[in-house]
Design a protein around this ligand. Structure first.
Ligand code: AMP
Ligand code: ZN
Length: 468
């Protein structure tokens, strides 16, 4: 098996070969932090977290960089609207972003560089482009000279004529060519600004990723990711900036997730139909949202509906229930039982894992990988009913589940633990109530546990619980 990744640059699946054996350098364009994350933004966040997890699970050391755009027009507008500083807007929404990704079971990136903390690197990058003739200044603004970069349009597969046709409507007289894009913007009076060789101003959007990626990952990275809307102009511009400077490819693999839509409507922050992750998280657990996102391949459009979430919830619960039943049986199993799992079971587990890996290695085919997870659920449920099943069998099942779940995150560890802790807490409270002869409270708790599907058994060792 070898990992295959669909590369937008070549429009085909390619065997993944990292720049350096055992290591992956990965950059995913991050959010402009002027608002709360909507469910569409959560798609790349979950997709690329899963990609990263999978790479790590097969032994790669992954350096995962994702930026925060903490100054731009939208940030400035938001600060005016809220009557606070741009830095305060950034602080507020970065904190919210961090809470949201944790709530989606997403690990923090290795590094989150911010534009405002990378100003020196960005200015130096633009200066180098200017020195090489790829950038020109006009009235305090600096533009990229697309005509000088022969490969402009190669990622989005458009030529300059097509591009010019598209842009003709809003020609800026200060540009040499309509498709030239801004690298540095002169500050308007009173606007937040930084010093530069071209006067006071701030960077354009595209330059930050080129500059920060180069600083933290070097001239070329292994994987560059983002939503499909970023292919053009953002990633096209990143290529033009970096490759003009270094003469090397910016990224060996380009991955783009398709859009999440609501009904037939394309979702965007500006549309105002933003269903916010912070609200959805109140109603659905991380595992459910991950299930929903990962049950469609990342390159296919995904339709967001309440029913789809509810159905994801049922499926995620089925998985979680099988896991907790196996866990519980493992806890109950005596230590005198066999140390090795039965061959028939280990063979079945091995073939489930093989199917899982072969699907994940086929351009991260998570929907089919989830089918392998359900084969595991079936096998687990069947094993639970078998007379001879013992400690080693349950341990082997859980170990295999952990391999898949550490990547997909369908049953986040905290959810498993939280459920167990709540049951233990109720049992302890009931024991206390009985000690105090508070039979009413004791019965109430037994009923509550019963409703949760938990049966209590009085044993010489104390109270034991099991799931019905
Ligand atoms: P933004 O903050 O709008 O620049 O988006 C941040 C990331 O979310 C980018 O990678 C976008 O491509 C991605 N994105 C935005 N909206 C959606 C959507 N509806 N579906 C999937 N990805 C999206
Ligand atoms: Zn970017």
């Amino acid at each position: 098996m070898a990992l295959q990744i669909y590369n937008t640059m070549t429009r085909g699946k390619e065997a993944f070969v990292p720049l350096e054996p055992g290591k992956v350098k990965m950059y995913v364009c991050g959010p402009t932090v002027y608002g709360y994350m909507h469910i569409g933004n959560a798609r790349p966040v979950i997709v690329f977290d899963t990609v990263r997890n999978y790479l790590e699970s097969i032994g790669y050391e992954v350096r995962y960089v994702t930026n925060f755009t903490d100054v731009d027009d939208k940030m400035i507008r938001k600060a005016e609207e809220m009557n606070i500083t741009v830095a305060d807007v950034a602080e507020m929404f970065i904190k919210a972003y961090e809470e949201d990704i944790a709530g989606l079971g997403v690990k923090p990136a290795s590094l989150n560089p911010r534009v405002t903390e990378s100003m020196g690197t960005i200015v130096d990058f633009i200066k180098e482009l200017e020195d090489k003739g790829y950038a020109y200044e006009n009235g305090g603004d600096v533009f990229y000279r697309t005509a000088k970069f022969a490969d402009y349009g190669k990622l989005s597969r458009q030529n300059l004529e097509e591009l010019q046709f598209g842009i003709r409507v809003e020609v800026d007289a200060r540009k040499e060519n309509p498709e030239d894009f801004v690298l540095w913007k002169a500050a308007k009076p009173g606007e937040v600004h930084w010093d530069s060789p071209w006067g006071q101003g701030r960077p354009g959007w595209h330059i930050e990723c080129s500059a920060m990626a180069r600083e933290y990952l070097g001239d070329t990275m292994d994987i560059h990711g983002g939503g499909v809307d970023l292919q053009f102009p953002h990633h096209e511009c990143e290529c033009a900036q970096t490759e003009a400077l270094t003469g090397k490819p910016l990224s060996n693999y380009w991955m783009h997730n398709a859009f999440l839509n609501i009904g037939d409507e394309k979702m965007s922050k500006s549309l105002g139909n933003g269903l916010l992750v912070k609200d959805i998280r109140q109603r659905f657990k991380a595992g459910v949202l991950r299930y929903f996102m990962l049950s469609t391949h990342y390159r296919n459009p995904l339709n967001f509906t309440e029913e789809a979430l509810q159905s994801a919830e049922k499926s995620a619960e089925r998985i979680a229930l099988a896991v907790s039943n196996v866990q519980h049986r493992l806890e109950l199993a005596g230590t005198e039982q066999a140390d090795t799992a039965r061959t028939e079971l280990t063979d079945k587990i091995a073939s489930i894992l093989e199917a899982y890996h072969s699907k994940m290695q086929d351009d991260f085919n998570t929907p089919d990988a989830i089918t392998a997870v359900f084969d595991w659920v079936k096998l687990a449920n069947q094993t639970l009913t078998e007379e001879g099943a013992g400690r080693a069998d349950f341990a082997a099942l859980l170990e295999a589940f952990a391999v898949m779940n550490s990547v997909l995150g369908l049953v986040p560890a905290q959810e498993e633990e939280a459920a167990g802790e709540e049951i233990e807490r109720l049992i302890a409270e009931r024991t206390e109530a009985r000690k105090n002869k508070n039979w009413a409270r004791s019965d109430e708790i037994r009923d509550q546990l019963n409703a949760m599907g938990i049966l209590l058994e009085d044993t010489p060792q104390g109270i034991r619980w099991r799931r019905k």
